[in-house]
Design a protein around this ligand. Structure first.
Ligand code: FES
Length: 213
């Protein structure tokens, strides 16, 4: 017989403690990752935004020495015109030509943008001369007058000879000549048919020819 009072009940009490320290570590890790993402993602996007022009330039072939740009403009600022020497009248009659260039601003490149207009002339000796068509008086456009065989500005009647020299006292100076380079396949060649012009604008209303940068 077994006396119930003699029964020994053995009870193992397991104490389950909350896992606070481990939860704290996990929480800290999650917070650290989220903080990192909150800083890293906008930072990376911002960096890409600011580097975008450089990256795009590299992707399109690099800086202004790249192939595409080099074909139209060289490192000295000469721009290849769309007209060839043979297309200019041999009798000295001037032709008006629009100059196109590639324009860069902080974020974009605009290709083949008209940046100005020039008068081109081929002398009987074959020499090609170029003049900016902006009147040095106050900036109107200078025209060619066939009947008078001269250049004339209708705004205040400035007149110029075909060599660009002023023929009355209204303009402060003659028309602004531009440097011309004849080339073949981009290489200097006095007999070449490509016409390259270093196009620039000049300050108005001054006797001195001052280039505007
Ligand atoms: S702007 Fe040409 S004459 Fe005055």
């Amino acid at each position: 017989m077994t006396n119930s009072s003699d029964e020994v009940t053995s009870e193992v009490v397991v104490s389950v403690q909350p896992d606070y320290p481990r939860r704290g570590i996990v929480r800290q890790a999650i917070t650290a990752v989220l903080s990192f993402l909150l800083v890293a993602v906008p930072g990376t996007l911002g960096g890409l935004f600011f580097l975008d022009p450089i990256l795009r330039r590299k992707k399109s072939g690099g800086n202004s020495d790249s192939g595409a740009v080099q074909a139209r403009k060289d490192s000295e600022g000469y721009i290849r015109l769309d007209v060839t020497r043979d297309a200019i009248p041999a009798d000295g009659t001037p032709v008006s030509v629009t100059v196109f260039d590639d324009i860069d601003d902080a974020w974009n490149r605009f290709s083949n943008v008209p940046v100005g207009s020039i008068w081109l002339r081929r002398g009987t000796d074959g020499v090609v001369s170029a003049f900016n068509s902006i009147c040095p008086h106050l900036g109107c456009s200078v025209n060619f007058r066939r009947a008078e065989n001269d250049f004339f500005c209708p705004c205040h009647t400035s007149a110029f000879g075909l060599d660009g020299e002023k023929t009355n006292q209204i303009p402060p100076r003659g028309m602004d000549s531009l440097d011309v380079s004849l080339r073949t396949a981009g290489e200097t060649d006095s007999n070449g048919s490509e016409i390259w012009v270093r196009f620039c604008n000049f300050r108005r209303a001054t006797a001195e020819k001052i280039e505007i940068q």
